[in-house]
Design a protein around this ligand. Sequence first.
Ligand code: UD1
Ligand code: CA
Length: 452
Amino acid sequence: MNVVILAAGMGKRMQSALPKVLHPLAGKSLLGHVVDTARTLSPTRLCIIYGHGGDAVPAAFAATDIVFAKQEPQLGTGHAVMQALPFLDDDTPTLVLYGDVPLTTSASLKKLLACAAPGSLAILTVDMPDPTGYGRMVREDGKIVRIAEQKDATEAERALTEINTGILIAPTPHLKRWLASLSNNNAQGEYYLTDIVACAVADGVPVHSAQPGAIWETLGVNSKVQLAELERIFQRNLANQLLEQGVTLADPARLDVRGTLVCGRDVTIDVGCIFEGDVVLADNVSVGAHCVIRQARIGNGAQIKPFCHIDDAVVGAAAVIGPYARLRPGTTLGEGAHVGNFVEIKNSQIGNGSKANHLAYIGDATIGARVNIGAGTITCNYDGVNKSRTIIEDDAFIGSDTQLVAPVRVGAGATLGAGTTLTKDAPAGKLTLSRSKQVTLDGWQRPTKLQK
Ligand code: UD1
Ligand code: CA
C-alpha cells in the first residue's frame, strides 16, 4: 500500500520555532512515531507532505524509504494529499495518516485495512463524548454518506458523536479522481479531504468504517498542553507493559522512558527515573530513585542507588553504583565493582571487584581486578592538549588523595601512599609514595588577636 502522512501544518498554538511535527514525545518526534507505525505496515511508497518549517522536516529524516512532497501554500487536507499523487502506486490503495497524531497503533490500522474490501473506501472513526471541532460522520440507514466539518455542519449534524479521525484508506485511482473534483466552496475556503466520502457515495463505491482500540490513539497535538497529555498517556501505557512483564515500579506515574527499556526478571525501579536510548536492565537489577540512565547495559543483580547519571556505559553483574555516581561514555565496569558517591568515570575499564567508593575522577584509565581506589583520587588525563591513559594493574591499592599524572602505570599489587603525585610508573608489589617529610615545630605558638 501507499502511505501519505500529512505534516504541512504550522502548529501556531505550539508557540515554537520548531515545526510542530518535530516536537518530541518520549524522546522521538511526533512525525517519527507516525513514520515508525507506518513502517510496520511495510508500505510500498511512504510520502510525507511538508510545508511549514521548510526543510527542517525532511532534514530530520535521513531515510531512503521516504519521499517528501512540499505543499505550499497550504490549502487544506485534500490539497495536501494531492501533492503526493505523483509518487503513488496506482496498483495498491493509499492510507492517509497525520504527522501530529502520534499514538495510533499498528493494530488499529490493521483493523482498518481489514475492513477495507478491495475497491472500497474505509475510514477510522470513533465515538467522542465531546465531538466539538471534529468532522462528523453523517449516516443514512446506517451507511456513511458524507462527513460534515464542524464549521460547515448543521445543528443536527453537530449533535452527532461519531467523528472522523482523519485516517482513511482509499483505492488510489479513485482517490486521484475524487481529489481532482474537490472544490473549496466551504466555510474555511479549503480543499477538504473529507469531501471524498460524498464522491465515493456518488460513485457507488462502498464506504466502511473501523474503530481504534482506544480514543487516545486518534488524539492530535495542537498545543503544548495536548503534547504533555499525550506524553503522559504514552508513559502510562509503557509503564503498564513493564508491570505486566513483572517489573516492579514504585510508582508507574513517575517513570519516563524515552527510547527502549528492556528488563529481565525481578527488576525494581524506584520513582523519578528517566531511561533514554536503548537501556537493558538484566535480571534482579534495582534502580534507586531519580536516576538518569541512557544507552546502557546493567548486569544481573547490579544495584544502582539513588541519583546516579549513567550515559553510554556497561555495568557488570552484582556491581553497586552510587548514590550520586556519574558514569560517562566509554565506561565498562566489571562484575562486583563498586562506584560510590561523587565518583566520575569516563572512557575507562574497571575490572572485577574493583572499588572507587568516594570522590574520585577516573578518566582514560584501564584498571584491573580487585583494585582499591582511595577517596579523592584523580587521574590527570589531560595536559591541556592531549589525553593520556593511566593503567592500574590487578590488586593495586591507591591511597587517598593521589594524583596519577598520565601516561603512567601502576604495577600489580603496588601500593601508593596517600597524597602521592605519581609522575613515573610505580613498580609491582612495592610501596611508592611522594610526600614531603612531616615536621613538628616545638615552641610554636598560635597567634593571638592584636589589640588596637
Ligand atoms: C481534520 C478533518 C476532520 C477530522 C480532523 C481529525 C478535514 C477537512 N477535516 O480537521 O474531519 O475530524 O482532521 O483530527 O480534513 N494539513 C496539511 N496541509 C493543509 C492542511 C492540513 O498538511 O493544507 C495537515 C495538518 O498539518 C494536520 C492535518 O493535516 O496534521 C489535519 O489538519 P487540520 O487543519 O488540523 O484539520 P482539522 O481541521 O483538525
Ligand atoms: Ca487538527
